[in-house]
Design a protein. Sequence first.
Length: 102
Amino acid sequence: MIEAEPALLRPDALHGLSLDPAAPIEGKTLELLRGLRPGLTEILLHAARSGDEIRAITSDAPARIEALRLMTESTTIRDCLTSEGISLVGYRELRDAQRAGA
């Protein structure tokens, strides 16, 4: 008899945030966070550190730099995560949960 493979732990939802400089990233991020449903959600965001290299290779460097600032320094984003009951998890936690059979 062949044993069934355990189900893979995967996101229930996947969202990407546009780096369109015409739309404020903070507002879009807050809107997204406030609309999340329960479960595991992956959010793609192309954040980058400020520097000559990022500015040379892409025209959306200011939006990428602002995205990094928001995710690492913004008390508004942090407060939203708290008020919405959102927990941040990394790939290590997901790997450990998968290995534990969650």
